[in-house]
Design a protein around this ligand. Structure first.
Ligand SMILES: C[S@@+](CC[C@H](N)C(=O)[O-])C[C@H]1O[C@@H](n2cnc3c(N)ncnc32)[C@H](O)[C@@H]1O
Length: 286
C-alpha cells in the first residue's frame, strides 16, 4: 500500500531546477516526489518535514541512499520558519506542499476511512490532543453543523449534526464506521461521491487545523523564498485551492507561474484515481 505520488513529472519539471540548492518538502509522506527529485538533481539538499511519525519512518527508509543530502524533521509546516531556523536555515530555493493524506494514513485504521472499525482518531500527528472522537462526541450541534458547512460545504450539515447529537445521547460514537452509518441514515447516495465524504473531510480539517496551518505555512514559505525561488502547492479540494490561489495572487513579491492550476492527465487519473481532484499551483519569488 505504497502511496502513489500525484503529478510527479509536473512537480519535478515546474518546481525544481539545476540551480536549486535547498529544497524543502513540507509534506514528505512516502517521499515519492522527493526521491525522484533527489535522483534527478544531484546538487540539491532536501529538508523533509512531516507531522506524522509513520511518514517519517517510511521516508527515512526510502531515502536511505541519500542520507548525506537530506534532513528529516518531524513537525508541522505551520512552524516552518521555526523548524528551519532551528537548523540554521533562513532562506530556501524551493518548497513543495502536497496536501491531504497519504495512503498509509487512509489504510492505517486511524479513523480516516468510512469503514474503519477502529477508534475515531483522524490525527495526522498523534502528539496533538484533539481527535475526531472529541469533535463528534463533545462539539455542540451548532459547532458540528458549522464545521460541516464551512469545511465540508455539506448541504445536509443540519441533518447530519442532528443525527450525531441524537445518537451520541444513547452511547458515544467510537469508530469511523459508526459515524458513517449515522450519516448514511440521513443522506442517501446520489452521485459518484460517497455520502459521508464531505462530513469526514470537515471533521478531519477541524481535527488537524488544516486550513489555518495551510495559510500560515504557505505565507511563511513565501516570506523566506530566495529571489527566483519557487513554491508549489498540490491541493485536493476547493477550500485549500482557494487559499493557495488567494495567497499567490495577493502577494506583491510573487509571480504566478501557473495562471490555471496544473491537473492530472487522463492517463494518470486512470491509474491513480486519487489524482483526479489534484490541483497544482506554482509561483516564483521576484
Ligand atoms: C499527500 S501526502 C504527501 C505525499 C508525498 N508527496 C509523497 O510523494 O509520498 C501528505 C502528507 O502531508 C502530511 N501533512 C499534512 N499536513 C501537514 C502539516 N500541517 N504539517 C506537516 N505535515 C503535514 C501528512 O501527514 C502526509 O504524510
Amino acid at each position: 500500500m505504497d502511496h502513489v505520488p500525484v503529478l510527479l513529472e509536473e512537480v519535478s519539471n515546474n518546481l525544481v531546477s539545476e540551480k536549486t540548492r535547498i529544497f524543502v518538502d513540507a509534506t514528505i509522506g512516502g517521499a515519492g516526489h522527493s526521491s525522484l527529485i533527489l535522483h534527478r538533481y544531484n546538487n540539491l539538499k532536501l529538508i523533509a518535514i512531516d507531522a506524522d511519525e509513520q511518514a517519517l519512518e517510511i521516508a527515512t527508509k526510502r531515502l536511505g541512499p541519500f542520507e548525506d543530502r537530506i534532513k528529516l524533521i518531524r513537525g508541522n509546516f505551520r512552524d516552518l520558519k521555526m523548524i528551519l531556523s532551528s537548523i540554521d536555515i533562513f532562506s530556501i530555493d524551493c518548497v513543495l506542499f502536497d496536501l491531504g493524506l497519504s495512503t498509509y494514513q487512509i489504510k492505517g485504521k486511524r479513523g480516516f476511512s468510512f469503514n474503519d472499525d477502529a477508534f475515531l482518531d483522524m490525527r495526522m500527528d498523534n502528539r496533538e490532543s484533539l481527535t475526531a472522537y472529541d469533535v463528534v462526541n463533545s462539539y455542540s450541534y451548532d459547532d458540528l453543523k458549522g464545521i460541516m458547512e464551512d469545511y465540508g460545504e455539506e448541504y445536509k450539515a443540519y441533518k447530519i449534526a442532528k443525527a450525531i447529537v441524537e445518537e451520541r445521547g444513547k452511547h458515544p460514537i467510537k469508530t469511523a464506521k459508526e459515524l458513517c452509518k449515522i450519516i448514511l441514515k440521513v443522506k442517501r447516495k446520489t452521485g459518484r461521491i460517497h455520502p459521508a465524504t464531505k462530513a469526514f473531510q470537515a471533521i478531519r480539517i477541524e481535527v488537524n487545523g488544516e486550513l489555518k496551518n495551510l495559510t500560515t505555512g504557505v505565507t511563511d514559505a513565501v516570506d523566506i523564498l530566495t529571489p527566483k525561488g519557487r513554491i508549489g502547492v498540490i491541493s485536493f479540494h476547493s477550500l485549500e485551492d482557494r487559499i493557495v490561489k488567494n495567497i499567490f495572487n495577493s502577494s506583491s513579491t510573487l509571480r504566478v507561474v501557473t495562471k490555471k492550476p496544473i491537473q492530472a492527465e487522463r492517463e494518470e487519473v486512470k491509474t491513480n484515481p486519487n489524482s483526479r481532484s489534484a490541483k497544482f499551483r506554482v509561483a516564483e519569488k521576484e
